[in-house]
Design a binder for this molecule. Structure first.
Ligand code: NAD
Length: 439
């Protein structure tokens, strides 16, 4: 039953980011004194921050992250930023500069351009883009430090022309106390970094609290609490998307190197949870890739976690032929799609639903994660059917400009008056006829 098998793979493809660990549940009990669901926790935190401002932010920093901060220490000072930058490894800083250039080049090239459409009988229509002024960026810091996330969110925003960027990261050694993270912020020109994470950080950015001015849009990844908080504040501010755990679908034929396929699958599984699905119509390739997987996983630093992730969220699909493989991959709409076939470009034209597509033997997903240019903040959990990855264009808003001449208005007037009559809006009609008909 192909459909039943596909459903199993679909389930594996969206590792359940909403499962809260035992430790998480314990923390909820300690902080709130009752077994609230993650959604209830987030609603409670957001409305508390909205009502009580910075005091609530500082309290949650203490109770959830175990860090007592004050109004004077919640923002990373200029001195702290400078020292972190000075302490950074010069090679690391050069890498950050090189990656920033790659991202800037790509993101600037894809920026939407203003459009002007002439009106036949006189006048013009324009579609104009303007960058957002102030944007908030969530950088996770619970389980690992992510300088790459700063690059992949802030640099597209800078390419769009955003003037003010406010980074929030939890007050942890992987978050806003991480020197590499701070040095990265300095290197790319981010001056505002706040020691706050989780739902309280998102709420602070959305509502604005003493010392943390309100932003217009919040972007960037995070755990379940961050994701639910972004959903909660949407409407008060704009958000990018709700990105879940990472995933890759590999579509390969005999031209693929099994060792490369295995390495790519392990790179996703290493996120733990991260799902890796291999689809091929060549069983000998699948066998070879599985042998490689076993060989390579054994020497990984995060071997145990990676193996568990493969068991829980890994899958192999033997398709009838290339067309069937493409149909299955299209249906799965993965965050990352890696195609290594005889003609990867042609295969890619048959799978249009993916956050980012990587072609051939020499485009591993890690290239997109770290250095190529497109952002690594991508739609997950099959949302690539309708969502796109983060780009510089997400930091623009557009407006239309309508400028008719008298002749232009006269020519179009009947369209307006007919509809205004139908809808009974006589003032609408008159606002046109007063200009086009002599009284
Ligand atoms: P995080 O910074 O997103 O979350 C940590 C915060 O969660 C804490 O500061 C705390 O305030 C809050 N929190 C934790 N337990 C809580 C509880 N019980 N109640 C209320 N609040 C609680 O860091 P993380 O946990 O490391 O998660 C980061 C996620 O982001 C991972 O899933 C990672 O894979 C993902 N990620 C994605 C990308 C991407 O581009 N898609 C990049 C980097 C990281």
């Amino acid at each position: 039953d192909v459909e039943a098998q596909l459903q199993q793979v679909r389930d594996k493809l969206s590792p359940k980011g909403d499962v809260v660990s035992e430790a998480g549940r314990k923390r909820t009990m300690e902080v709130f004194g009752q077994p609230l669901s993650p959604l209830q926790v987030v609603q409670r935190i957001c409305s508390d921050v909205e009502k009580r401002g910075l005091a609530a932010v500082l309290e949650y920093g203490k109770s959830l992250d175990g860090k007592q901060l004050y109004a004077s220490t919640i923002r990373v000072s200029e001195e702290e930023l400078r020292l972190a930058h000075e302490a950074a490894d010069p090679e690391f800083l050069q890498t950050i500069r090189d990656i920033r250039e790659n991202i800037l080049r790509f993101q600037t090239a894809i920026l939407h351009q203003d459009v002007e459409v002439p009106i036949e009988h006189g006048g013009k229509l324009r579609h104009r883009y303007t960058p957002l002024k102030r944007v908030g960026i969530c950088v996770p810091g619970g389980a690992a430090a992510y300088p790459s996330t700063v690059l992949m969110t802030a640099v597209p925003a800078l390419a769009a022309g955003v003037e003010e960027l406010a980074v929030i990261a939890p007050p942890t050694p992987f978050g806003s106390y991480n020197l590499d993270l701070l040095a990265t912020c300095v290197e790319i020109g981010v001056k505002e970094v706040y020691r706050v994470g989780g739902a309280q950080g998102v709420a602070a950015l959305a509502y604005g609290v003493e010392g943390i001015p309100k932003v217009q849009k919040i972007v960037g990844p995070g755990n379940l609490f961050v994701a639910l908080a972004k959903k909660h504040v949407f409407g008060e501010v704009d958000i990018d998307s709700i990105a879940g755990p990472s995933e890759v679908v590999v579509v390969a034929d005999t031209t693929a190197k099994p060792a490369y396929i295995a390495a790519d699958m392990l790179a996703q599984a290493e996120h733990s949870p991260g799902s890796s699905v291999l689809i091929s119509w060549d069983e000998s390739l699948i066998d070879a890739a599985l042998t490689e997987l076993e060989k390579q996983v054994a020497v990984l630093e995060r071997c145990d976690l990676t193996v568990q992730s493969l068991i829980d969220f890994g899958a192999v699909i033997v398709a009838k032929d290339e067309d069937e493989a493409c149909r299955i991959a299209t249906d799965l709409a993965p965050e990352h799609l890696h195609i290594t076939t005889q003609d990867s470009e042609a295969t890619a034209e048959k799978i249009l639903t993916a956050g980012a597509t990587f072609l051939g033997n020499y485009s591993p997903v890690a290239l997109g994660d770290y250095a190529a240019g497109p952002s690594h903040v991508l739609p997950t959990g099959a949302t690539a059917h309708w969502a796109s990855g983060l780009s510089a264009n997400d930091f623009l808003r557009s407006r239309s400009v309508i400028h008719f001449t008298e002749n232009g208005l006269k020519a179009i007037a009947p369209l307006v008056t007919t509809l205004a009559d139908k809808e009974g809006l006589t003032a609408h009609k008159r606002s046109v006829t007063i200009r086009t008909e002599s009284e």
